[in-house]
Design a protein around this ligand. Sequence first.
Ligand SMILES: [Fe+2]
Length: 144
Amino acid sequence: MELVWSKKLSVGNASLDAEHQQIIKLVNEVDRAIGAKNMARFSQTLKQLEEAAREHFLNEAKIARAIDYDFNQHNIEHHYILREMQLIETELDAQHGSWSASVAEHYFQFLSTWAIDHIDEDDMKMKALLVARPYHFKPGDFSD
Ligand SMILES: [Fe+2]
């Protein structure tokens, strides 16, 4: 099932919302690659997702620092999911992409659950502090 970003997933910051939308788009692309049984594409999209997540976590950490939000728990989560994504990639590479559809589907479920929990549970905790700033706030806009 396609994941859809809607306003209720907004965490109150333009760059974080845009990155979350990109992450959701890539999780959907992983799903489409699985549906098409295109394992090369699955592997490639997973790498793009990992890259997008890595950049997003850096931006998120910068913003958290700027708004004085304690980011320790998020950092632990971020290390965990990046490691999981790497394990999935390693697994895929080792099997030369010859995964059964059910195995690939399992990983898609894992990634989509993570994407929604990351936004709706973890990042939502920052929303109260984020909405106190302009929607387009970026660290460095003010002295931080
Ligand atoms: Fe996030």
